[in-house]
Design a protein around this ligand. Structure first.
Ligand code: UFG
Length: 329
């Protein structure tokens, strides 16, 4: 019995592979290595370099490795990029997920865990936002993921494919044992960018929009440590294997921090200022989004261990220093 992890060479996927192999499970990774790194994959896992849209390949992997569960991370993840290239996002995130699911259904695998996103909510009517709120994405990224959720719902009803879709809020931080972290050199995510700036890898960083309707005018987000996010996946896997009901779960802590507060946390962790410029809003950004995250605790039994912004920022900064040392060597 093995778990197929798509996108297992990427930031979040590589942490899942570590958690699975740490737990002694057999893992096969399918990744095309366009944004991921082979070195990020735990050595006990097997890597197949290929495309999730290749149905014959996916079926072959499932049969040869006796796969009983698929955890699907592969996809494109940058909100503003999706605004500029919507069809690229619909191809990578929706069309290819459809192909992957077709192969999974055909091969008879019943358990499927999907990386969805808080971006499906768009600008939510309530804060915190619960899973019961009607999704209303404001970026092609959010729409591309919502369409996959819909395909899962329909495939569950039609073919008995059991699934858990996890709606991630803002994922950050790195493996506490220092084995993986956010490694994309041109990453666009706030904590990574702020860490790169404070370490002198960028001359300065932009703060996108200071006129939002929030306490300091910058956007509010719910930052979740990557290791806590992964423990929700491990809970979801155990839940599905035990025959749990398919469903959708928010993954966040239920507390929002502004862009300026996050930059402040990076300054505190580093002990010096982040050189920043206040610039106009970025396309596709909701003002605020904070998770209503009781369902994941109640139904999946999730218990986060790193729910602290300073912890998250410290681990992200430690990983950035590690990358800097490695690149200099
Ligand atoms: N930001 C800056 N400067 C930067 C980078 C980001 O001001 O250099 C701001 C953004 O404008 C936004 C906030 O920081 O207000 C967070 O931006 P990120 O790019 O870090 O993350 P997003 O909120 O755009 O998106 C992330 C994930 C999505 C997920 C979403 C859920 O990439 O997959 O969080 O809230 F859906």
């Amino acid at each position: 019995m093995a778990v197929l992890v798509t996108g297992g060479a990427g930031y979040i996927g590589s942490h899942m592979v570590l958690a699975l192999t740490d737990a002694g499970q057999d893992v096969v990774v399918l990744d095309n290595l366009t944004t991921g790194f082979a070195w990020a994959i735990a050595p006990q896992a097997k890597l197949v370099q290929g495309d999730i849209g290749d149905e014959a390949l996916v079926e072959h992997i499932i049969k040869t490795h006796n796969v009983d569960a698929v955890v699907h991370f592969a996809g494109s993840i940058v909100v503003p990029e999706s605004v500029v290239d919507p069809l690229g996002y619909y191809l990578n995130n929706t069309v290819k997920s459809r192909a992957l699911m077709a192969a999974v259904v055909k091969a008879g695998v019943r358990n499927f865990i999907f990386s969805s996103t808080a971006a499906v909510y768009g600008n939510p009517k309530t804060q915190p936002v619960f899973e019961t709120e009607l999704p209303s994405p404001i970026s092609p990224y959010g729409t591309s993921k919502l369409m996959t959720e819909m395909m899962l719902r329909d495939s569950h009803l039609a073919y008995g494919l059991n699934y858990v879709a996890l709606r991630y809020f803002n994922v950050a931080g790195a493996d506490p044992k220092g084995r993986s972290g956010q490694s994309t050199p041109r990453a666009t995510h706030l904590i990574k960018v702020a860490c790169q700036t404070v370490l002198g890898q960028r001359a300065s960083m932009d703060v996108f929009g200071t006129d939002y309707d929030t306490h300091d005018g910058t956007c509010l987000r719910d930052y979740i440590h990557v290791s806590d996010l992964i423990s929700a996946h491990m809970d979801a896997l155990a839940y599905l294997r035990k025959g749990g009901e398919s469903g959708i779960f928010n993954c966040g802590y239920g507390k929002g921090y502004s862009v300026l507060e996050v930059i402040g946390a990076v300054e505190k962790a580093f002990g010096g200022p982040v050189n920043k410029k206040l610039v106009p809003r970025r396309a596709g950004d909701p003002a605020a989004i904070v998770a209503g995250a009781s369902r994941v605790r109640e139904i999946l039994g999730w218990e986060p261990k790193y729910a602290d912004l300073d912890l998250i920022v410290n681990s992200a900064l430690a990983w950035e220093r590690h990358l800097q040392r490695r690149n200099a060597a």
